[in-house]
Design a protein around this ligand. Structure first.
Ligand code: THU
Length: 133
């Protein structure tokens, strides 16, 4: 039930977006991950007055999943008020390719959540650096 999963995941990301801590950019982002066991883990962006310390929504969700022993990640949804939806930054792509290499990636504009664009994590970071040896 891929379509149902997609909408469930986008709905969770939309809800998580309300928890964004983005006083500097005011750009609120929500993310939700679907695990193989059907669990959904969410996150939102958290900003710092020392701007470089900011953490993206998808990274917050990924770190939660990893440290909660959530298991394999099948899909990642990211939403923000942005035409076409927010595609992850380079840093998040690197982490996603390391820890969710086969995941589907869904993005949507929070104003048009039924218009979902789908990518793959691997497709967004070709020739990724993966292993030291
Ligand atoms: N941001 C995310 O949370 N995810 C993205 O995919 C792109 C950017 C956040 C970081 C920062 O808090 C704000 O959006 C503006 O860049």
């Amino acid at each position: 039930m891929r379509n149902r999963d997609n909408h469930r995941l986008i709905a969770a990301a939309l809800k998580a977006r309300h928890r964004a801590v983005a006083p500097y950019s005011r750009f609120r982002v929500g993310a939700a991950l679907l695990t193989a066991s059907g669990r959904i883990i969410t996150g939102a962006n958290v900003e710092s007055v020392s701007y470089g310390l900011t953490c993206c929504a998808e990274r917050v969700a990924l770190f939660k999943a990893l440290t909660e022993g959530a298991g394999r990640i099948l899909a990642v949804a990211v939403v923000a008020r942005l035409t076409g939806g927010p595609t992850p930054c380079g840093a998040c792509r690197q982490l996603l390719v390391e820890y969710a290499p086969r995941a589907r990636l869904l993005v949507a504009d929070s104003r048009r959540p039924s218009m979902v664009r789908e990518f793959t994590v691997g497709g967004l970071l070709p020739e990724a650096f993966r292993k030291l040896r």
